[in-house]
Structure formats: C-alpha cells, structure tokens
Design a protein around this ligand. Structure first.
Ligand SMILES: [Zn+2]
Length: 135
C-alpha cells in the first residue's frame, strides 16, 4: 500500500464513520475528536499530496471519491439525496460515467434524483481560483 493509498483509506474510513459526530447530543469529546481528525487528515493531505490539497472548492483539492488525485470536476451522484457536490478527478469521472451514475446537466433542474456534470473550470477561472487560495 502506498502512502497515498493509506491516506485515501483513512479518508474513506472518516467518511464512513463521521456521520455520528453530526448527530444531536454528540459529546464535547466527540466534537473535539472530529475536529482533530479533520485537522489530521488535512495535515496528511498536504504532506502526501502537496499544498494544493489544503484548498477546497470547485476543481481544487483532492477528489472526494477516491482521495488519490486532485479533483478536476464537481459532480452530483445519482440517487444521492444529500445534494452534496463531490470534487471528482478525471479517472473517477470516467468510472461514474461508465457506471451510469451521472445524469445530464439539464436533469438536475427537474428532480432530486438527478445528477449533474459540471465542466471543468476554464484556465482563466482556474488561475483566478488558485489566486484566491490562501496557500
Ligand atoms: Zn478520484
């Protein structure tokens, strides 16, 4: 297992268990631990992937599906009722398309079960966003 794969596994583990820290009635220790784990993952992201991993937002930071590469796209997944848009790398996007887990853009307007594929930022927008990153 490479360092990137090990870190990706920790991210996926966090995603799998972190929901409990958002429930009402979570203890102060739980809140503190959640923040420490988030900080620890962010610290390791930067150590393993570089400073850009600390950036969040459209087309930046790590792919939130595989956590192995930087994201290029932002996608909504079919059947994901959270409405959460995932930063997504090119390889994961290809997989999602081949597995038909994305819908066309226009369908996002008609129902919650749809998904959207947002085109990557233009080079101008990317430069602008990188410029706005604090790192
Ligand atoms: Zn990915």
């Amino acid at each position: 297992m490479t360092r990137k794969e090990a870190l990706a596994t920790l991210h996926k583990f966090y995603d799998a268990v972190s929901w409990q820290w958002f429930l009402p009635g979570v203890s102060q220790e739980g809140k503190t631990l959640k923040e420490e784990v988030q900080t620890a993952l962010r610290t390791l992201d930067i150590a393993v992937h570089g400073k850009q991993a600390s950036c969040t937002g459209f087309g930046f930071g790590l792919c939130k599906i595989c956590y192995l590469r930087y994201s290029v796209y932002t996608v909504l997944l079919k059947g994901d009722t959270s409405g959460y848009a995932y930063p997504c790398c090119t390889r994961c996007l290809r997989t999602l398309v081949s597995e038909r887990r994305l819908e066309r853009l226009e369908q996002v307007l008609t129902g919650a079960s749809s998904a959207v594929l947002i085109a990557p930022a233009t080079s101008h927008a990317r430069r602008k966003a990188v410029h706005s990153c604090s790192h």
